[in-house]
Design a protein around this ligand. Structure first.
Ligand SMILES: *[C@@H]1O[C@H](CO)[C@@H](O)[C@H](O)[C@H]1NC(C)=O
Ligand SMILES: *[C@@H]1O[C@H](CO)[C@@H](O)[C@H](O)[C@H]1NC(C)=O
Ligand SMILES: *[C@@H]1O[C@H](CO)[C@@H](O)[C@H](O)[C@H]1NC(C)=O
Length: 411
């Protein structure tokens, strides 16, 4: 496949060079979705010699201004009260500092506020109205995040009996009625809830998966996406950021993964970085971007694990419990290699490297939920970059996993 060939060619000159030996870093910017203006903005920052941290901030900020897909910035994804609230984070992969704002109201510049949290406090995260007060104190201007478009979306949802929504186990029946809701009769007392929790832990993952996958709103690019961006600068510093207005028709107060390190994004200089998009409620349970960076730390047959394999492994861990998971992960490593994996939707990401004369958009087909042993063998082979000429030979001799779920990384 073309995508794999590119990845292969880009790694050949680097084979045998360990992370610590690599001195000349090739700048890269990568972000979720075809938000190419954001990628260009970040790339220009790198070209001007700015740090990767500035690049990801400026890139995500561009998407907030453009209201990318209506899911980033003001005037999108109204909650059940019709309000738009913003989640964002930024991470310096050299110092491991994080700045984040969750449930930000009345201020448009979410990722900038996150940066201000990092720069002017010893904290990592601020939330809600107090976060907005902080932003104003730091010099930002209060703004109305509601637009005519978001008001209309909210009014249409109310007219449609508040469908879809994110409630479960409540009365009246959330699949046919609007709230206000109360815990339903089966679960209304604390002791019943405690019983349910006990039962769920006995049922294990399967019980939880069933509870979660029934009756949830469909996750689509226009209800659940996020800009999540990773950059590597010429000094080798990795930084990541993400910004989102969350899930459309969310329960007020809901916070997503876009403001949580390891959920929305993660970065570690010398290793790599990751960004996510999709079901943020699930991402908050697995912190897949933290796992991707841990995966990138590993080597396979002496070669650092490829970002695509690192992403796939993190998604497979989610799929063991939530086979209907919808989302995607993108990653860059310190060698400048990039890749992504997705499940449940066709995904694309934007990337710019020194080898490209403009931002490129790379399409990613969703992973199969249950890969066959042949698919698994292919993945093992790919991870080791043996799939080009002579690949068949290596593939035939590659250790074949006896269990299809046994992949190159513990997922
Ligand atoms: C990131 O952290 C490193 C290490 O503390 C620091 O030297 C660098 O200035 C930070 N980057 C930015 C852009 O602030
Ligand atoms: C915010 O803008 C919306 C849409 O234009 C408008 O309906 C609403 O009254 C405004 N809210 C405030 C507090 O100005
Ligand atoms: C992805 O795109 C292909 C080709 O357009 C289509 O057949 C497939 O159903 C799509 N998959 C998903 C999960 O949307």
């Amino acid at each position: 496949m073309a995508r794999k060939t590119v990845a292969l060619l880009s790694v050949i000159p680097l084979l045998g060079v360990s992370f610590t030996e690599a001195r000349n870093f090739v700048p890269v910017v990568i972000n979720t979705w075809p938000f190419t203006e954001a990628t260009s903005t970040a790339w220009q920052a790198l070209e001007q010699g700015k740090a990767s941290l500035d690049a990801v901030e400026e890139g995500c900020e561009r998407c907030e201004q453009l209201q990318c897909d209506g899911t980033v910035g003001f005037g999108g994804s109204p909650d059940e009260d019709g309000q738009t609230t913003l989640d964002a984070m930024i991470m310096n992969g050299t110092s491991m500092e994080v700045g984040a704002v969750c449930d930000l109201q009345d201020v448009k510049e979410a990722v900038l506020t996150a940066r201000l949290v990092m720069q002017h406090t010893h904290h990592s995260m601020l939330a809600g109205l107090a976060a907005a007060n902080f932003a104003v104190q730091m010099g930002l201007t209060p703004a109305n995040l509601t637009t005519d478009a978001s008001s209309r979306l909210h009014a249409d949802w109310q007219a449609n009996k508040c469908q879809p929504n994110f409630w479960k186990n409540v009365d009246p029946d959330p699949s046919t009625s609007c709230g206000p809701y109360k815990p339903n009769s089966m679960q209304s007392s604390v002791s019943a809830m405690q019983h349910t929790r006990h039962q769920q832990s006995k049922d294990g993952a399967q019980g939880v998966a069933q509870a979660v996958t029934t009756g949830r709103p469909q996750i689509s690019r226009y209800s659940h996406d996020t800009i999540s961006m990773v950059a590597l600068d010429a000094q080798g510093n990795v930084a990541a950021a993400s910004s989102s207005n969350g899930a459309t028709h969310k329960v007020p107060g809901r916070v997503g993964d876009a403001c949580v390190a390891g959920g929305g994004a993660y970065a570690e200089t010398g290793v790599g970085g990751c960004g996510s998009t999709g079901d943020g409620d699930i991402h908050l349970r697995f912190l897949p971007c933290f796992q991707v960076v841990e995966n990138l730390r590993q080597t396979h047959w002496g070669v650092p694990v490829h970002p695509e394999a690192a992403c796939e492994s993190a998604i497979r861990r989610i799929l063991r419990v939530y086979p209907e998971y919808v989302g995607a992960l993108v990653a860059v490593d310190s060698l400048g290699r990039h890749g992504a994996a997705a499940h449940g939707w066709n995904f694309s990401y934007s990337v710019r490297t020194t080898e490209m004369d403009k931002v490129e958009v790379i399409e990613i087909a969703p992973l199969k939920t249950h890969p066959s042993p042949e698919d698994d063998n292919e993945r093992l082979c790919f991870a080791a970059h043996c799939c080009q000429s002579g690949a068949a030979d290596t593939r035939n001799h590659s250790p074949r996993p006896s269990d299809p779920s046994a992949s190159l990384l513990p997922n």
